[in-house]
Design a protein around this ligand. Structure first.
Ligand SMILES: NC(=O)c1ccc[n+]([C@@H]2O[C@H](COP(=O)([O-])OP(=O)(O)OC[C@H]3O[C@@H](n4cnc5c(N)ncnc54)[C@H](OP(=O)(O)O)[C@@H]3O)[C@@H](O)[C@H]2O)c1
Length: 266
């Protein structure tokens, strides 16, 4: 199964009941891709939600991420197996390096990921939050093809350079914070496009992302209305004029940011 271009984000869903209920509804609504991480402390809850939903596990693409403390060779190997167990699967569809910081080392971390693919513990390798130069370096170190790069991306952070690299190297660019945690609702250009299509600003942002080559969006929603609304963005078709308007947004906003982040240490 290839990665569906709309996924279900689960950051901050560390309450078991909330996570299980949200995953169940997401599966019922039609999502076929769930994004979690060791850092979110909810891999087992995601698995419980999938079980409760009754979905065939072959019909859902589940991605998780290695914690930044778990990037040394032995820790990658050991904790990937722990994640697989928590997720209730023999093979993780996609395992990302969450951040190229702390214990990240291109040789150690990436050779362990290559081996995990050979051993069948993971199906594909992903990276997250890499600068363009770090991404190119990682691609050179990996024997396996890079399948996905996950970064913050929305109309106020369009990530043109990383998108060009995704198309050039043919991997998915997976957009986190795809509705800028609700802030897209405050942007006049997005409001105008939403009004024109009788849609919501969140749907416009998601449709803008999903309409791009090799881009996948992973909105998080705990509220049932948001879960359904975001899924319905698949039916929204933006025309060239809408895209031009959104591409013309000049406001820039990066939500996930801290001193050690790769882009602050070039
Ligand atoms: N790789 C990384 O470093 C990284 C970093 C951040 C996020 N992520 C991943 O990306 C996923 C998405 O990012 P995110 O959760 O940070 O931000 P997001 O998806 O842009 O925003 C989520 C927030 O927006 C609200 N929301 C959802 N749908 C909405 C709608 N239709 N209208 C208005 N508000 C809506 C949610 O509320 P309710 O929950 O109350 O519905 C929640 O507060 C995460 O869950 C995680 O899986 C990865």
């Amino acid at each position: 199964m290839e990665i569906p271009n709309l996924g279900f984000g689960t950051y901050q869903m560390d309450d078991r009941n909330e996570c299980v209920r949200a995953i169940e509804l997401a599966m019922e609504t039609g999502y076929e891709h769930v994004d979690t991480a060791q850092m979110y402390d909810n891999e087992a809850f995601v698995a419980a939600g999938l079980d409760e939903s009754g979905i065939d596990r072959d019909e859902v693409f589940v991605a998780t991420k290695l914690d930044t403390d778990n990037l040394a060779y032995d820790d990658v190997k050991r904790t990937a197996k722990e994640s697989a167990e928590k997720l209730g699967t023999d093979t993780i569809d996609l395992l990302y390096v969450h951040w190229p910081i702390n214990t990240y080392d291109p040789v150690e971390t990436l050779s362990a990921l290559d081996e995990l693919v050979e051993e069948g513990v993971i199906e594909r390798v992903g990276l997250s939050n890499f600068r363009p130069d770090q991404l190119e370096d990682a691609i050179e170190h990996l024997d396996e093809p890079l399948y996905a790069h996950q970064v913050e991306m929305h109309p106020m952070l369009p990530q043109e350079e990383l998108h060009e690299l995704a198309v050039e190297h043919d991997h998915q660019l997976v957009a986190y914070c795809p509705i800028a945690r609700g802030q897209v609702a405050d942007v006049p250009e997005i409001q105008a496009v939403a009004e024109k299509h009788d849609a919501t600003p969140a749907q416009v942002s998601l449709a803008w992302l999903m309409g791009k080559e090799n881009v996948t969006a992973i909105p998080k929603a705990a509220s049932p209305d948001h879960i359904r609304e975001n899924f319905a963005a698949r039916d929204l078709e933006l025309d060239d004029a809408d895209r031009e308007k959104i591409d013309g947004i000049e406001t820039r906003e990066r939500i996930v940011d801290f001193d050690e982040a790769p882009w602050n240490n070039a």
